[in-house]
Design a protein. Structure first.
Length: 577
């Protein structure tokens, strides 16, 4: 199930359906996935360091054999600095239910190993957990945590030193629906981070489904009606912006904003200025129904303009099974593009922006249909892994229906759903090439991949990967790409509120070259990546300037200089362009 594009011939379409094979792994040392493609050629970019750094996590999906649909949708993962020591920590979710394993928080030690500090952290929640979003809701400089669940959404306020407290009820975060991906954004420019939660379907536990072979299997979304997404407006703490004078409070503005008036089986979400007017919009990937692009109307309301802007359907007029979402400027046009993963029997879709505010299906031209194998994609993201100045693409795969090709994987019940992950390198002009065969740490094993997050956990300037899978171990992949280029990490900060400027766009310029990145950790599927923006610069060893477009659309220019370093820029300290 997965990549292909429509050449139109019936034979090609038939061959596509036969390619429901393959996936990649996720155990400490599982058997290597058998491959019959040509021998790998190209550099190795990643090394699996999960065991050596002490990341001991095996996902609890709950009891198997009864096929409740939420169990097949997985749980996400997050990179974030939970204690303010400058090192990325890791948060991983379970789906074992109230009596199952509790979510785990791993603090990074100065030597690069991880310590499980879950017990008593407040984030050691047991439940049917799906997604995680990170954002500073009270502007005190400490990242707070949202967890989405089958039947709820929880908000945990950071108390410092790795301690969190559940303030969901008192803060007004009430969402009894099946919540999936979530993201923070400041949609009204008041300086307080608002929250969007994407809800899936109105699932009936009594409904039983079978595979085409007549054996029990997980249901698909077409058996149920979709539900509406939730939008929560942050009312602030009633103080001066330090987050100390009052309690955090959100208002449910879902219906008033327009977002709650439309239903759909939502799975993935991305927040950015997709219309080009300087205000943040909300893209929702729907599973088997048209996607939605909620365009900000500047008055607290949103209008779905996905169809008119070209992202509701594929070029063939199809509404595929949208899962994960990746955002990035793949051809250095100064505009953000969209990549959405689908079932392996479909084609992942790449929408290229241009002219500003409008998209076209660029899937065939992008080259992602020329993959070595196919898979049902969930977590996905764009990052410059070899730091050559061009955004690369990673996808984690795992089926939702039985019948996969994995054998002797050690995954037990989940083996029939296992596939191999995929990795694509880019030429910087919007064209991708599959390099999966050369990267066995990511793509050489079987897994039921779901969550994928990116962050430079060892602070060496190269982006690393964190993967979560159903019923298998989380995996931490250290970037070991040879002959890497120069790099730059930029933290765009709100001076007044001491936090990351979520939603800011950072444009780095050097001579005639430019690179654009979005500052929003919510991406992929059910996951949250490290804060800030990360640039690969190739051979460029000096930059001319940084242009920051703040979340309210205002712009500032900051001086350039040397590379291979971390730069902090604060609102109000630059000059007008």
């Amino acid at each position: 199930m997965r990549h292909l594009h429509f050449a139109g011939a019936r034979g090609i379409l038939f061959a596509t359906l036969l390619m429901n094979l393959c996936g990649c792994s996720g155990t400490q040392a599982p058997p290597t996935a058998e491959v019959h493609e040509e021998e790998p050629s190209g550099p190795v970019w990643f090394t699996d360091v999960t065991e050596s750094v002490g990341l001991t996590f095996v996902h609890d999906p709950g009891p198997t054999g009864k096929y409740p649909m939420p169990q097949s949708m997985g749980s996400g993962c997050a990179f974030f600095d939970c204690d303010g020591d400058g090192l990325l920590d890791i948060y991983l979710l379970h789906h074992g239910g109230p009596q199952g394993k509790k979510n785990q928080l791993f603090r990074q030690r100065p030597d690069g190993t991880f310590q499980d500090i879950s017990a008593g952290s407040g984030l050691d929640l047991a439940g049917y957990c799906h997604g995680v979003a990170i954002g500073d809701v009270n502007n005190d400089g400490k990242p707070d945590v949202v967890v989405t669940l089958y039947g709820g959404t929880r908000l945990f306020l950071n108390q410092g030193n790795g301690q969190f407290v559940d303030i969901s009820e008192e803060a007004g975060i009430r969402n009894p629906l099946w919540a999936m991906s979530a993201a923070f954004l400041d949609y009204d420019g008041d300086g307080w981070l608002d929250l969007v939660v994407v809800n899936y379907v109105d699932y009936d536990l009594k409904r039983e489904c079978v595979s085409p072979q007549g054996v029990p299997d997980f249901c698909g979304p077409s058996h149920f009606v979709g539900t509406a997404s939730k939008l929560f407006h942050n009312c602030g703490t009633g103080g001066s912006g330090e987050g100390k004078e009052g309690k955090v409070r959100f208002d449910d503005v879902s219906f008033a904003s327009g977002i709650g008036r439309s239903t759909g089986p939502g799975l993935g979400v991305a927040c950015a200025d997709f219309s080009g007017d300087g205000w943040p919009d909300i893209f929702v990937a729907n599973d088997g129904q048209p996607n939605r692009l909620w365009v900000n109307q500047h008055d607290g309301t949103f209008v779905d303009e996905a169809a008119s802007r070209g992202v509701a359907y594929t070029a063939m007029g199809k509404a595929f099974a949208g899962m994960g979402v990746a955002v990035g400027d793949v051809a250095s046009t100064g505009m953000l593009d969209l990549f959405v993963t689908h079932l392996g029997s479909e084609t992942h879709t790449f929408w290229k922006q241009g002219p500003r505010g409008h998209f076209r299906d660029w899937t065939l031209e992008s080259g992602v249909t020329g993959s070595k194998w196919r898979g049902t994609g969930f977590g996905t993201l764009m990052a410059d892994f070899n730091l050559d100045g061009a955004l690369d693409l990673a996808v984690v795969n795992g089926r939702v229906f039985r019948g996969g090709p994995a054998r002797d994987s050690g995954l037990g019940f989940w083996e029939t759903y296992a596939e191999r992950n995929q990795l694509f390198t880019s030429d910087g002009k919007g064209k991708f090439r599959d390099v999966s065969l050369s990267n066995k740490a990511l793509c050489g094993f079987w897994n039921v991949g779901r969550g994928l997050a990116c962050g430079d956990f060892n602070n060496d300037g190269a982006p690393d990967l964190l993967i979560s899978s159903i019923g298998g171990p989380a995996r931490l992949l250290k970037n070991t790409a040879p002959e890497r280029g120069h790099w730059l990490k930029v933290r765009a900060l709100e001076s007044k509120w001491k936090r990351d400027a979520v939603g800011a766009e950072v444009l780095v310029r050097a001579g005639e070259k430019q690179w654009l990145r979005l500052n929003n950790p919510a991406e992929s599927y059910l996951s949250s990546s490290a804060p800030g923006t990360h640039f690969g610069l190739g051979r460029t060893d000096q930059i001319d300037s940084l242009l920051v477009t703040w979340p309210d659309g205002s712009k500032e220019v900051f001086p350039g200089g040397k590379v291979d370093r971390v730069v902090e820029v604060r609102r109000g300290e630059g000059r007008k362009p």
